[in-house]
Ligand binder design. Structure first.
Ligand SMILES: NC(=O)c1ccc[n+]([C@@H]2O[C@H](COP(=O)([O-])OP(=O)(O)OC[C@H]3O[C@@H](n4cnc5c(N)ncnc54)[C@H](OP(=O)(O)O)[C@@H]3O)[C@@H](O)[C@H]2O)c1
Length: 284
């Protein structure tokens, strides 16, 4: 993988990783999904994003099976705690259960999936404690907009947040208005979810975009590769496309080879304008 993102703790991770939502849900697709994840790992997408929520633990279990042949240090494993578990009573138990399903003894990154009722200082205190215990190397958040990030950074230890995972693709650019610049300034990396807009289903016409098709033709690549190359263009963003088939994993890893130029970026801006005002955070 050519494109790496250097996180503020000095660790470099591949700019293209692998998502796992809906992976592991059906027995009939299990073999293909394991093959897809392994193909992705071997093509350099060694960062894997999962969550206790996905299939109520089934995705984590499938990830555990897929990664079994690889050395732990070769991988960067991310999981997420549900809001209902992001408290003193439950967080460590939830993490232990996630790690057990994945067959690992630590996570590289543990994210607070989205904000719930627990006061933020309590959640941060729990995350810091798990880091001190060595069960997680780093922690971060997900689905946090600028107000949430400001509140987080106002809390003791809150500025230890390494990553914010938010929805980001060419047809959903609202976070460029003020959240992304805010994160850049504080060296909080963006982990972009739904980078393929769920195979285009989140935006009518995205996969039929003339602009994207023309750029794909120019680079001799697929439209999905243009979307991924666009997502990681600033060197500070990690995109985590999910693929349940190895053909897709190979295509996604190959997006690393595509370098969009000024002309391509201008064309995308014309087709999918950057925000002209604050937009509500797009979530899935
Ligand atoms: N933090 C959060 O709240 C949150 C929310 C949503 C998602 N996420 C994370 O982000 C990951 C990615 O988001 P997502 O899974 O919702 O959507 P996505 O990655 O944008 O899209 C996944 C869809 O795209 C298809 N696909 C993958 N590669 C393709 C290719 N090269 N060509 C054509 N189609 C392709 C997949 O099909 P196949 O499966 O058939 O290959 C699947 O249907 C998730 O899996 C999850 O890990 C986090």
């Amino acid at each position: 993988m050519k494109h790496m993102v250097k996180l503020s703790n000095g660790v470099s991770v591949p700019a293209l990783g692998q998502g796992t939502w809906f992976i592991g849900d059906r027995a009939g697709t299990r073999k293909d999904e394991i093959e897809a994840l392994r193909t992705g790992i071997e093509a350099g997408m060694t960062l894997i994003d999962t969550a206790e929520m996905y299939g109520s633990g089934r995705s984590e279990s499938l990830v555990g099976e897929a990664i079994a042949p690889y050395g732990r240090e070769e991988l960067f494993l991310v999981s997420k705690v549900l809001p209902g578990n992001a408290n003193r009573r439950n967080m460590e138990k939830a993490l232990d259960a996630s790690m057990k399903r994945m067959g690992v003894e630590y996570l590289d990154l543990y994210l607070y999936h989205w904000r719930g009722a627990t006061p933020l200082p309590e959640t941060v205190e729990c995350l810091i404690k798990l880091k001190e215990k060595g069960k997680i190397r780093e922690w971060g958040v997900s689905n946090f907009d600028i107000d949430d990030m400001e509140e987080l950074f106002g809390i003791d230890g809150g500025n230890g947040c390494l990553v914010n995972q938010d929805l980001y693709h060419a047809a959903s650019r609202g976070i460029e208005w003020n959240l992304l610049p805010w994160m850049r300034e504080r060296k909080v990396a963006l982990m972009a979810y739904c980078p393929l807009a769920q195979a285009g289903s989140l935006r009518d016409g995205l996969f039929a975009s003339k602009a994207l098709e023309e750029i794909a033709k120019k680079h001799g690549c697929s439209l999905t590769q243009v979307l991924l190359a666009w997502d990681i263009r600033d060197g500070n963003t990690i995109a985590i496309p999910k693929a349940g088939r190895k053909e897709h994993s190979l295509l996604n890893a190959g997006a690393d080879e595509i370098l969009l130029d000024e002309e391509d970026l201008a064309k995308i801006d014309e087709a999918f304008a950057p925000p002209a005002r604050k937009m509500p955070l797009d979530v899935q």
